[in-house]
Design a binder for this molecule. Structure first.
Ligand code: FNR
Length: 184
């Protein structure tokens, strides 16, 4: 049977290297893993006053997270932290209090940047919040991809470098095993 993975990417731009990294991971996963990109660009900025009457797009996000068996976060690093658009989505889906949509789901965070740290600080920052909202986070392997060459991964997720491809396959294998273990 199929395993639904909700993918949240912390970059909105078309040519995003993180969107390409997400595609690469999807290509390397077994067929029964179905990856669905969750929209986060049209959410209102979280306001605690929402809790009395949650906005439609916020409810839609919560439903999509809740319908998923597993989560995959793919994030760039903005000023040594998580892009606001992704943190906003996390806040929106974690509330109203007592209705945290993430609770108990298996997940992982990966990411890419043009800098040598490969979005490591953003990922660590995001990991803190995800552990707090009770996502069962895969610890290893960590995936900090540096795009020294913009051609490293194309729009369809083809990986140009064999070493990077093998490394990503190693991540995917561990992720798949982690998710399956949690669904038993
Ligand atoms: C960046 N970038 C960046 N890179 C990095 O390694 N560490 C950082 O702290 C930052 N900070 C940062 C802030 C802002 C506002 C922008 C727009 C960019 C560069 C970043 O890695 C690069 O733009 C990536 O291409 C962003 O990822 P996407 O959009 O291609 O997925």
């Amino acid at each position: 049977s199929t395993i639904k993975v909700a993918v949240l990417v912390g970059s909105l731009r078309k040519a995003s290297i993180n969107k390409r990294l997400a595609r690469a991971v999807e290509r390397l996963a077994p067929k029964e893993f179905v990856f669905e990109h969750v929209r986060i660009d049209n959410l209102p900025l979280y306001d605690q006053d929402f809790d009395a009457d949650y906005p439609a797009e916020a409810k839609r996000l919560k439903r999509e997270i809740e319908a998923a068996d597993a989560l995959l976060f793919v994030t760039p690093e903005y000023n040594r932290g998580v892009p606001g658009v992704l943190k906003n989505a996390l806040d929106v889906a974690s509330r109203p209090w007592g209705t945290n949509s993430f609770a108990g789901k298996p997940g992982a965070v990966i990411g890419a940047s043009i800098g040598a740290t490969g979005s490591a600080l953003a990922q660590q920052h995001l990991r803190n919040s995800l552990v707090f909202v009770d996502v069962a986070m895969l610890a290893q392997p960590e995936v900090f991809v540096q795009f020294k060459d913009d051609g490293l991964i194309d729009a369809e997720g083809h990986v140009a470098n064999e070493g990077t491809q093998k490394f990503l396959q190693g991540f995917v294998d561990r992720y798949v095993e982690w998710v399956r273990r949690h669904l038993k």
